[in-house]
Each structure stands twice: as structure tokens, then as C-alpha cells.
Design a protein around this ligand. Structure first.
Ligand code: OAD
Length: 251
């Protein structure tokens, strides 16, 4: 029987418009903890108390202290790992067109992917709740909590909190590219958060092959994924790329 990784390489080497949907798991090997599962952030803190927009607006100081400040420290030094690099190589081979990511860490862009849809926003920027001015997260003064804009207003990250809408363009484009792709790589997501978790269903309904990379089974694994590849993105992606390169350019 053909090995799943070889089978996935066969599919991808013939694909013309593959799309990747990524989640926190692809950045675990860059030192960023996931939200759920072993070592997950939500094991230590209740997301409804720190990651819901109502919690932030009620008590921005606590949310900055318990969540955003630590995120800044971790993300400041995080760099792409072989999982991210594999997606850049897939793009350079003409196979991958778009990355839809639920991550706010900017690592796909840092690695070099050119079309990244940030489904849950980006942590690199903050906005003032009063005057709406944008400020780079790297320039935020963390000595006062919560950090403030020069106008005195409180700063919030340009990320989607629970209870907020997905940015309209990101949602519409994600639905469109998911419906049009011939293969979807679903990497490092628990597939528990909507509407991101609907994208593999849209892709499958429109005839795409779903390849899932995750060390643990997810709700997609048995029903939606055609090819589940069990393991970490940082080890599976280089093996997958090697198998694709061995096949040579597709016609
Ligand atoms: P989760 O933390 O829910 O899931 C991470 C997934 O990555 C799990 O299925 C793990 O098994 C898997 N994983 C762990 N290590 C991995 C590795 N080395 N390689 C590949 N996979 C690995 O993360 P998301 O699905 O991204 O939303 O979570 C979705 C959303 O929930 C996030 O965007 C965030 C969160 O609350 C908001 O903040 C709005």
C-alpha cells in the first residue's frame, strides 16, 4: 500500500491551486504555545475571561497583564520553523496559492509566503480605542498597564477577540479560495473554532482533496480529511517536500 506521505506528494505535485489552512500548531515548533491540548494557553487561563471582547472592554488592564503582554514577549522572538518554510517551498514550486491562517504571529509572511489571509487579524499592530490611530506593537510602552496611545486612549491588538466578527475581506476571500482550490492542506488546527473550521468543508464540497497534518486526531480526521498525516508540521513538511521534489515538475 502506498504510504500516506507519498500519496499526499502525488496529489500535491499535480495540484494547480492548493490552499493551506493553518492554526496554532504550525507555530508550536517556533516556541509559541497552542491554545488547546497539552501545554495549551486555555489550560491555564479561561478564554472567556481574557480573550472575549467584553472581558477586554470591562477590564483591559487584566487582559493586558494576563494575556497580551506575554504574547508580545513570545512573539517578539519567534521565527519561522520548517513547517512554515515548507509552505514557502510549495508556493515556489507553483503548487500553493494562498495560506489562510488563524494565527496572529506573522510567521508565514516572515517565512516568505506572498498571499496570506489573516483570519483572526495580526498582533503586529495595535489600535487606539478612542482615536483609532494604529501603532506598531513593537513601539508600545509596556511600563504602563494598560498601554495607551498619545491621545490617552487604551490600545488593543488588531486581533479578533471572541465575540467579534471576522474581518469581512478575510472571510469572503477565504470562502472563495477554499471553494476554488484543488487540494487543501490543513495544518496544526484543532478545527474547533468557527467559521475557520468550515473552510475544509467548503473545499471538500467543491471537490478538493483534504490533507491534514497534526500529531493528534481532530474532528476533521475521520470524516473530512482524505489523507491525515500524523505528526508535527516541522517534521512532516520537509518529508512531504522531499517526496514532491523527487517526482519532478508536473506537466
Ligand atoms: P488550537 O490550540 O485549538 O489547536 C492546535 C492544534 O495544533 C491541535 O490540534 C494540536 O494537536 C496541533 N499541534 C500541536 N503541535 C503541533 C505541531 N508541532 N505541528 C502540527 N500541529 C500541532 O489552535 P487553533 O486551531 O489555531 O482564536 O485555534 C483556533 C483559534 O482558537 C485561534 O485562532 C484562537 C483560539 O482561541 C482567537 O483568538 C479568536
Amino acid at each position: 500500500m502506498i504510504e500516506p506521505i507519498e500519496h499526499a506528494a502525488d496529489i500535491l505535485s499535480k495540484a494547480k491551486s492548493a490552499v493551506a489552512l493553518t492554526g496554532a500548531g504550525i507555530s508550536v515548533e517556533s516556541g509559541i504555545p497552542p491554545f488547546r491540548g497539552k501545554g495549551g494557553l486555555w489550560e491555564k487561563i479561561d478564554p472567556m475571561k481574557v480573550a472575549h471582547i467584553d472581558a477586554f472592554l470591562d477590564d483591559p488592564e487584566t487582559v493586558w497583564k494576563l494575556l497580551i503582554k506575554d504574547m508580545k514577549t513570545v512573539l517578539d522572538t519567534a521565527r519561522p520553523n520548517p513547517g512554515h518554510i515548507g509552505l514557502v517551498d510549495l508556493e515556489r514550486l507553483g503548487i500553493l496559492k494562498t495560506v489562510i491562517t488563524q494565527n496572529v504571529d506573522g510567521l508565514h509572511q516572515m517565512a516568505g509566503n506572498s498571499d496570506v489571509i489573516e483570519f483572526h487579524g495580526n498582533f503586529a499592530w495595535q489600535s487606539c480605542l478612542d482615536c483609532n490611530q494604529s501603532i506598531k506593537t513593537s513601539q508600545v510602552d509596556l511600563t504602563q498597564m494598560p498601554p495607551r496611545c498619545s491621545c490617552g486612549g487604551i490600545l488593543r491588538p488588531d486581533c479578533v477577540f471572541f465575540g467579534e466578527m471576522i474581518p469581512h475581506d478575510a472571510l469572503i476571500r477565504s470562502q472563495r479560495v477554499s471553494a476554488a482550490c484543488d487540494a487543501m492542506l490543513v495544518i496544526g488546527t484543532s478545527a474547533l473554532v468557527q467559521p475557520a473550521a468550515t473552510m475544509p468543508l467548503i473545499a471538500k464540497d467543491n471537490g478538493a482533496v483534504i490533507i491534514e497534518i497534526n500529531p493528534e486526531p481532530t474532528p476533521l480526521t475521520s470524516r473530512i480529511s482524505d489523507l491525515p498525516l500524523l505528526g508535527g508540521a516541522g517534521s512532516i513538511m520537509p518529508r512531504l517536500l522531499k517526496a514532491i521534489r523527487r517526482r519532478g515538475p508536473s506537466t
